[in-house]
Design a protein around this ligand. Sequence first.
Ligand SMILES: Nc1nc2c(c(=O)[nH]1)N[C@H]1C(S)=C(S)[C@@H](COP(=O)(O)O)O[C@H]1N2
Ligand SMILES: [Mo]
Length: 196
Amino acid sequence: MKTKNYILILLIAFSCSMCNSSKKEEKISTEKTSETKKHEHETLTAEDSLKLVNHQIEVKGEVEFPLRLTVDSLRKMKVVTIDNFKITGKNGEVKREIKACKGVLLKDILEKAKIKQQDHKDRNFYIVARASDNYKATFSWAELFNNPTGENAYILFEENGKPVKNGEMIAICQNDTRTGPRHVYWLKSIEVYKVE
Ligand SMILES: Nc1nc2c(c(=O)[nH]1)N[C@H]1C(S)=C(S)[C@@H](COP(=O)(O)O)O[C@H]1N2
Ligand SMILES: [Mo]
């Protein structure tokens, strides 16, 4: 009789644990679908999209000289023209191609703000380009200051002779395999953080 009870309890416990694991799987699969949904771009009204536009970007964090930059202040820096810039999505598809855009190297902006470095071994910083919808892209000190990416990461303000769309300034990284992810429109700030 005792062993029978024991087996019964074991069976109940087993079926309960099966229940739980299938629930867990269910949860993961719903999370996945909501993630895919979130990735799709909702269509914003003209009014809502205007709210996301910034007239200046803030350069802040671990810098000696925090800056507020406008398109005008970028124009006074060393302006570079980038031809045939392709924005590619997560599957490599070309979302948009810009014939000619104008911008400034992100590196030049950071050199102006001057990252607070103690000595030559103090190189563990990361730089976040953040938009007003809180979309963001991250760069590392090494890729900007000790790698060809430094000559390929820009803050754009003009495309085909006109102001850029979706905000006034856009961060891009021309040598990324897929350029979509680090193409940050509605740019709001460039933030420098130190790895502690
Ligand atoms: N501010 C902001 N920038 C963003 C995004 C975003 O949601 N917000 N989406 C990114 C993604 S996932 C891609 S592929 C490219 C191109 O997106 P688009 O199709 O919205 O032009 O922009 C990137 N920049
Ligand atoms: Mo994307």
